[in-house]
Design a protein around this ligand. Structure first.
Ligand code: HEM
Length: 230
């Protein structure tokens, strides 16, 4: 039997989970994530996972919205109306994205308050905390950039006021305002800039930092509330 025949035979025989595990070591990763030991905790410890669930919701519904949404001053508002009123289940997908955004901010803040209450930001979880602060800022960034996208009166004027705040920054205020708006006034440039940040930049940064955050949670292990006698 040639070496090639033997190789084929071995591969055929072991084409199952074991085969994959030998080559990728996936079982170790699976066990590390899903079969790890965790201390007995209460419901407030589910707030991080609840936030994670909403993040997944935002990605799925957000991707679906981009199929019909067009980020130009001529089309943005009309496409949002079309999604809401004409597209089958469009109202539902937009609603899930809209309310998901609010839920994500609320849950991330509640999760942070839980971490503060239990002192879970202390050694050895300082880096988990710092990555969490970044996630919260990114979440605010999503809210701020997403608010402009329907391009209606509320969105236009809220972003006019929101970007104006940058102007009070000492020395660089005016430059910051121009960078945020892509000019002196809100325009097509602002809309496409906000859209690009909302659907490309922030998701990429969020996924990277979230990866670090969850890696640390798994690596260090969750903090358990202290018992009465401790
Ligand atoms: C997109 C936002 C976020 C997601 C998806 C997320 C996800 C998670 C998950 C799933 C856990 C483990 C379960 C739990 O403790 O609830 C966790 C733990 C943790 N998170 Fe977050 N998190 C986010 C934002 C934040 C924020 C804003 C902070 C603080 C500023 C933070 C700080 C921490 C810390 C310190 C832990 C470890 C807690 C412990 O060991 O008890 N996270 N996070």
């Amino acid at each position: 039997m040639s070496i090639d025949d033997r190789t084929d035979e071995v591969l055929d025989e072991t084409l199952d989970a074991e085969w994959m595990d030998q080559r990728t070591g996936w079982r170790g990763v699976w066990n590390g994530i899903f079969l790890r030991m965790i201390p007995k905790v209460n419901w407030s410890f589910t707030l991080g996972s609840a936030t994670l669930f909403v993040v997944v919701n935002q990605f799925i519904t957000g991707i679906l919205l981009t199929i019909y949404y067009v980020p130009s001053p001529q089309d943005a508002y009309d496409t949002v109306l079309y999604i809401t009123n004409e597209l089958p289940a469009g109202w539902l997908i937009r609603g899930m994205h809209h309310w998901g955004a609010t839920a994500m901010v609320a849950l991330a803040i509640l999760h942070m308050l839980r971490v503060i209450y239990y002192g879970a930001y202390k050694f050895p979880r300082e880096v988990t905390w710092i990555s969490g602060v970044m996630l919260l800022l990114i979440t605010f960034g999503f809210g701020f950039t997403g608010y402009l996208l329907p391009w209606d009166q509320k969105a236009y004027w809220a972003t006019t006021v929101g970007t104006k705040i940058l102007e009070v920054t000492p020395v660089v205020g005016e430059s910051l305002l121009r960078i945020a708006r892509g000019g002196d006034q809100l325009s097509a440039v602002t809309l496409s800039r906000f859209f690009g940040i909302h659907v490309w930049v922030l998701p990429a940064v969020l996924l990277s930092i979230l990866g670090i955050h969850l890696y640390l949670v798994i690596r260090i292990g969750i903090s358990a509330p202290a018992k009465r006698e401790e």
